[in-house]
Ligand binder design. Structure first.
Ligand code: FAD
Ligand code: NAD
Length: 451
């Protein structure tokens, strides 16, 4: 039995490790076109923040360790050029030796991930303009900061990476400006949440322009210049964090079915439409339990879990991925921001009849030191009272509170069910009525007001 995995990050290495564990005598080969495998991309912002840390600290297991201690044949700088599903073979470019070869497989896992979007803006390829997707990108940004001492950064795109990196670059001493095309920062969040984040950015002297079109980047005698439809901003370092798109070219040309979001369509066993070919991670869709249909919510947490399922099944198992509810969180300066379930955009695009309520509550017991204010938005279905989503922002214990809502969504609970949960209370970590319970109560009352 020979299992071949394409891509060596979260989904790929989870699949390879699981396949080898299930079937120790099987041959497991990982083909990765880059130099590194098995690293925590999610840790890159915090590594860049710390000048003392080596970027390679993010590598969990090296290719040599995989080969010698786990018996997994990891081949870096090996790029898969095509999949010949009928012949059960793939064409590989060995960039080290400089030749191509054909590799046969019994079962194949596609874990090709996603790539950062590079908007078609003149000058976007100039030196000093960076993306942040893989370890090589993180290394390049860190070296640039260490070696050239940039003073001014412009970040294009105020999503997850833009927010995390505004914080990190500010901590590294750069003056940061953020340019966002949408009318608010974090377009995936409710305006009330985005407004609190905007205040936090301003409190740390981060300049923000929303509803702005970036027209071009130029090099001048004083560094780089970003031209927009409103004016110009000078920069020494530009970070483009304008979203990602799934890497599906290989799968598509092999004939695998893509879903409506453009990522590879998979069943609950991570099987694709092609026999003995599985897909997992940022290249694939995932079943969304709130919408009861496939969605594209590319995250490391999902990539790891889907990879594990794909690897187990490639090795003859029968594992199923339970699906997602769309949970993500991040930190920006002193705030935690997180969401789960669906938000206003998905509610309207799926024609759901829902209400949303906003509540504000303390994070800890009355007068307890360190208590902060948490703002919560809850979405609930009007007729059934079912919880549809929640978003939270605050200085304290927000992300893990959103996980309570995520658990409730997984179990298809109503807001009344959430309101009656038995959550822990002691002043150091919660008020008598937890902000989660208060938010659910406000939603339940708003719903009953409609009847
Ligand atoms: P990828 O990480 O994209 O890996 C795919 C690999 O496949 C790549 O190494 C690529 O070189 C290789 N490949 C592609 N095509 C070929 C080919 N033809 N031949 C050979 N190899 C190929 N997620 C969270 O859940 N929480 C977080 O806090 C979080 N923070 C993040 C912070 C940053 C800065 C970034 C960039 C991402 C973050 N994410 C986070 C997202 C998370 O990193 C991704 O969801 C995860 O890396 C996806 O893993 P993957 O293996 O599916 O794909
Ligand atoms: P994103 O989709 O979160 O944000 C992209 C932002 O760029 C959006 O606000 C969009 O409106 C804006 N944008 C797009 N084109 C633009 C343009 N031409 N000019 C100005 N703004 C533009 O994507 P990202 O921040 O690049 O992150 C990539 C992926 O990594 C995401 O899918 C995210 O899930 C993942 N990630 C997750 C975490 C986390 O969970 N903590 C952290 C970082 C990254």
């Amino acid at each position: 039995m020979r299992n071949v995995v394409i891509g060596g990050v979260a989904a790929g290495m989870s699949a390879a490790s699981q396949a080898k564990r299930r079937m120790p005598n099987a041959e497991v080969i990982v083909l990765e076109r880059g130099d590194h495998v098995s690293y925590g991309a999610c840790g890159m912002p915090y590594n860049i923040e710390d000048p003392q840390r080596d970027i390679l600290d993010l590598v969990v297991i090296t290719p040599a360790e995989f080969r010698h201690t786990r018996g997994i044949d990891v081949r870096t700088r090996h790029e898969v050029l095509s999949i010949r599903a009928a012949q059960r073979e793939i064409e590989v470019r060995d960039h080290v030796a400089g030749h191509n070869y054909l590799q046969g497989y019994d079962r194949l896992v596609i874990a090709t991930g996603a790539e950062a979007v590079r908007p078609p803006i003149p000058g976007i390829d100039l030196p000093g303009v960076f993306l942040l997707r893989d370890l090589a990108d993180g290394d390049a940004i860190k070296r640039f900061i260490d070696e050239t001492g940039p003073q001014r950064a412009v970040i294009i795109g105020a999503g997850y990476i833009g927010m995390e990196m505004a914080d990190v670059l500010n901590r590294r001493g750069l003056a940061v400006s953020v340019l966002e095309r949408a009318q608010q920062v974090l377009p995936g969040f409710e305006p009330v949440i985005a407004g609190i984040v905007l205040d936090e950015l301003h409190r740390h002297d981060v300049k923000v322009e929303t509803g702005v079109a970036v027209l071009g980047v130029e090099r001048t005698g004083q560094g780089l210049l970003v031209r927009t439809d409103r004016g110009e901003t000078a920069a020494d370092l530009i970070l483009v964090s304008a979203g990602i798109r799934p890497n599906v070219a290989l799968a598509r040309s092999a004939g695998a079915r893509l879903g409506e979001h453009g990522a590879i369509a998979v069943d609950t066993r991570q099987g694709t439409s092609l026999a003995d070919i599985y897909a997992a991670g940022d290249c694939a869709e995932a079943f969304h339990r709130v919408l009861s249909k496939p969605a594209y919510v590319p995250l490391g947490t999902t990539a790891n879990k889907q990879g594990r399922v794909a690897g187990a099944n490639a090795a003859g198992g029968d594992e199923h991925f339970a699906g997602i509810v769309g949970t993500a969180g991040f930190r920006v300066f002193d705030l935690e921001v997180a969401r789960t379930g669906v938000g206003a955009a998905e509610i309207s695009s799926h024609g759901l009849d829902a209400i949303s309520v906003v509540s504000r509550h303390a994070s800890r017991g009355h007068h307890f030191p360190g208590s902060g204010r948490i703002t919560t938005v809850v979405f609930a279905e009007r007729d059934s009272g079912r919880l549809l989503g929640a978003q939270m922002v605050g200085a304290d214990t927000v992300a893990k509170r959103v996980d309570i809502f995520a658990t409730a969504l997984h179990a298809r609970m109503s807001v009344a069910d959430v309101e009656s949960l038995d959550l822990s209370y002691a002043p150091p970590f919660a008020p008598v009525y937890d902000p989660v319970l208060i938010a659910a109560r406000v939603a339940r009352k708003a719903l009953s007001g409609h009847h």
